[in-house]
Design a protein around this ligand. Structure first.
Ligand code: CA
Length: 362
């Protein structure tokens, strides 16, 4: 059953993507036939209608279509590049070997630029070696490779977030909730008993969120006490729901906070809580355990607005897509990546960081 459902989702995503590609492929000649009067008109005799200019081709490798946040970035990227580049996107389905094959195909097709969302960021070195040999400019995004590896290629850049920032912001959210809701201290011991849901065991982003969320809350003056182990649930709702059910059964009444590395897992925790009569819409305020995620997915925002979840950290997908698009169009034109943009490099000199923001009920 589960597998069938998952495949359905994958197929739906593929269908969605195909329509986007189809739209991108046939959409834009009309726009270009409406010249703006104020733009520099072509000099007499200079016949080069924009509609005939060949668009650059971008190869886009995605770690997994079946990921809510990445879908937001994908869709925003398709929008941002419409009429400016043609692109081919591939679903790595969480399999690095498959993504390596997809890369080979893109290189064979001689795409003009690559946009890569690694399945396993640690595999970037091998992937980059091929890209470098082919001389294709590349932008990595979201899942962060070792930037020292990226620096070995002068046509590489990274667009992402600062891994510690999301955790720090979760810590600040915890402090705010703790100050505003003394009732969250269910056992009145002055400490906040929490459970932690981690995305993946070795993912740097996941590790940083787990670490800094608690560290920041402690720095802000909240006494934090972990209940049970850290539940590694692969960013996945169903796995988190199952883990939360076990956690609730083993620690009845002892859990005062749920911290999750992403909203998909937070939603799993909310579902498990709802099943035992907690965190329901318009329910008893005493029957509520605060849940804090990261991403601000549509589902989480909806849950927060309905009072099922406390807050999330907004990872701005459209802003990330805008940055990727701006850098890509510069790089493919042989210009410095940041030319004409408001973006700045971080200390590494090759990475642009998109800031996070806290999100509470609207
Ligand atoms: Ca307590």
């Amino acid at each position: 059953m589960k597998i069938t459902r998952k495949w359905n989702v994958v197929f739906l995503c593929l269908f969605g993507l195909l329509s986007v590609v189809a739209l991108a492929a046939c959409g834009d000649s009309s726009n270009q036939s409406a010249p703006a009067a104020s733009e520099s008109a072509p000099a007499a005799g200079e016949a080069a209608p924009a509609a005939e200019a060949k668009l650059p081709t971008f190869g886009v490798l995605i770690y997994k279509y079946d990921d809510t946040y990445i879908s937001t970035v994908r869709n925003a990227l398709a929008e941002a590049l419409e009429g400016k580049a043609e692109f081919q996107m591939q679903d790595g389905k969480g399999d690095q070997a498959a993504q390596n094959d997809q890369l080979d195909v893109m290189i064979e097709k001689k795409v003009d630029l690559l946009i890569v969302n690694m399945v396993d960021a640690r595999a970037a070195e091998g992937l980059l070696a091929k890209v470098k040999a082919a001389g294709i400019p590349v932008i990595f995004f979201n899942r962060e490779p070792d930037l020292n590896v990226l620096k070995t290629f002068d046509k590489a850049a990274f667009v992402g977030t600062n891994a510690a920032d999301a955790g720090n912001m979760q810590g600040d959210i915890v402090k705010k909730l703790w100050d505003e809701h003394p009732e969250y201290d269910r056992n009145n011991d002055g400490k906040l008993q929490y459970v932690m849901f981690q995305g993946e065991p070795d993912n740097p982003e996941a590790i940083a969120r787990t670490e800094f969320s608690v560290k920041k809350a402690v720095e802000d003056g909240v006494q934090m006490e972990q209940v049970g182990q850290t539940y590694v649930c692969n960013w996945d709702t169903a796995q988190a729901q199952q883990a939360m059910e076990s956690a609730l059964a083993a620690n009845e009444g002892k859990i005062e906070l749920v911290l999750a590395n992403n909203d998909s897992m937070a939603m799993g925790a909310v579902a498990a809580l709802s099943n035992v009569g907690f965190n329901t819409e318009g329910g008893d305020p005493a029957k509520f355990v605060p849940v804090v995620g990261v991403d601000a997915t549509d589902q989480a925002v909806d849950a927060i607005n309905k009072g099922l979840m406390s807050a999330t950290v907004k990872q701005d997908g459209p802003a990330m897509a805008q940055a990727i698009s701006a850098l890509a169009l510069n790089m493919v034109a042989g210009k410095p990546p940041l030319e004409g943009t408001t973006y700045t490099w971080d200390d590494s000199g090759i990475a642009v960081r998109i800031p996070y923001a806290p999100f509470f009920k609207e």
